[in-house]
Design a binder for this molecule. Structure first.
Ligand code: GLU
Length: 421
């Protein structure tokens, strides 16, 4: 049978495996298999030519037993409800594994931001808030940036929400520019958290990161900063990088500044004039110590998992590895570090931003990174300790299932205490 690549089916399958391994209560399992609330909206948007276009948007609150919903908003032409549902489930596990006081949520709009100008994007962003203001808010569900949304979009959304609320409410949304209540260190926090996890993962398998070869799929916010940090902090050599149009490979290492300049002037990574051109599929199969999928879902599947040569797969994107691929990598001895651990840095610093906004007292970048490091390192250790505990009792589980066991266990405990089951 062909592998089911529907992200929500995948999210449910991952939960089912963990539920079985940990002996999760049946009612808790049933609650956690579906989102608590799904809102679908129609957003009329004034376009530059004077016409009005209607966009479809979503906000899914998956679970709020541990605190208000939390999760980004994606602007993507292929957005759909099942993907948003899956991503909201993953946010629930992400905030729980990090042990920060939030539940999980996610939003999305079906649109092509590459074809929209700033006037249209602002109208769409304000329209999204007008359509949903009732079900989002600092104590209900706190949005943030995600694929193709950014600090400017967060600023417009905050402004719209504040106008509706009738007072300043910066904690309504995170990932804002620092000038209007954003946190130091938020912009590169996803990559930074990922690099702390990479440091711990390398330690675990005794890989010296200095001089090791790294390949990164994706040159968005996460991939771009991961490149810079891998170079600067870890002393690793990035030999492969891609964007949605394809990638490049250079065994001698890719020059970050030259790549940035090439991407800026030509609009694509392949504008870099050294190395050889590779497709996104070939990129993942390159001979490197570490590969970092930092783009979109379902990049490593049953079809290519046995061709991966890396020792560590660091999942910086959401959902880049399917459950079947996860099992194949595990059996082959590849350390596949799960997404909701690796990319939790974004939401952890979002939590710092929310806390700083509510207090009206802001921290230094150094303070932010120090606290981020402490949280992700603790999460990594929680996952490894759980995996070992199960292995010792004769149950072989992947790091992903171990991460699920920690995260699901905490959400189930919160639901139990609240009397939900
Ligand atoms: N969009 C990011 C994620 O998937 C951050 C979410 C947030 O900060 O709430 O984790």
């Amino acid at each position: 049978m062909a592998e089911d690549l529907n992200p929500f089916r995948i999210a449910q399958e991952e939960l089912d495996s963990a539920a079985e391994a940990m002996g999760l209560d049946k009612t808790a399992h049933a609650i956690l298999r579906e989102p608590k609330r799904t809102v679908v909206v129609n957003i009329p948007v004034k376009m530059r030519d004077g016409s009005v276009k209607v966009f479809n948007g979503f906000r899914v609150l998956y679970n709020d037993a541990r605190g208000p919903g939390k999760g980004g908003i994606r602007y993507h032409p292929l957005e759909n409800l099942d993907t948003v549902k899956a991503l909201s489930a993953w946010m629930t596990w992400k905030t729980s594994l990090a042990n920060i006081p939030f539940g999980g949520a996610k939003g999305g709009v079906i649109c092509n931001p590459k074809e929209m100008n700033s006037y249209e994007l602002e109208n769409l962003s304000r329209g999204y808030v007008r359509a949903l203001w009732n079900s989002i808010g600092p104590k209900i569900d706190v949005p943030a940036p995600d694929v193709y949304t950014n600090p400017q979009i967060m600023a417009w959304m905050m402004d719209e929400y504040n106008a509706i609320a009738g007072h300043g409410e910066p904690a309504f949304i995170t990932g804002k520019p620092v000038e209007i209540g954003g946190s130091e260190g938020r912009f590169d926090s996803t990559a930074m958290g990922g690099m702390y996890v990479l440091r711990e993962s390398a330690k675990k398998i005794k890989l010296d990161l200095k001089g090791s070869d790294v390949v990164i799929q994706g040159f968005g916010n996460a991939g771009m900063f991961a490149f810079e940090i891998a170079n600067k902090l870890a002393g690793a050599k990035v030999v492969g990088i891609s964007d949605s149009e394809g990638g490049i490979y250079d065994q001698d290492g890719i020059d970050y500044n030259k790549l940035l300049a090439a991407k800026k002037s030509t609009g694509k990574v392949q504008g870099y004039d050294k190395g050889e051109k590779v497709s996104n599929e070939e990129l993942l199969e390159l001979d490197a110590d570490v590969i970092i999928p930092a783009a979109i879902e379902n990049q490593i599947t049953a079809a290519n998992a046995d061709k991966i040569k890396a020792k560590i797969v660091l999942e910086l994107a959401n959902g880049p590895v399917t459950p079947e691929a996860d099992r194949i990598l595990f059996e082959r001895g590849v350390l596949d570090v799960p997404d909701f651990l690796v990319n939790s840095g974004g939401v952890i610093v979002s939590y710092f931003e929310w806390a700083q906004d509510r207090e009206g007292y802001f921290w230094t970048e150094e303070e932010v990174y120090k606290r981020l490091d402490a949280i992700v390192t603790r999460s990594f250790n929680d996952v490894m300790a759980t995996q070992e505990k199960y292995t010792e009792s004769g149950k072989k589980i992947t790091p992903r299932t171990a991460a699920y066991i920690v995260a699901v266990g905490r959400v189930a405990a919160a639901m139990k205490l609240r009397g939900w089951y």
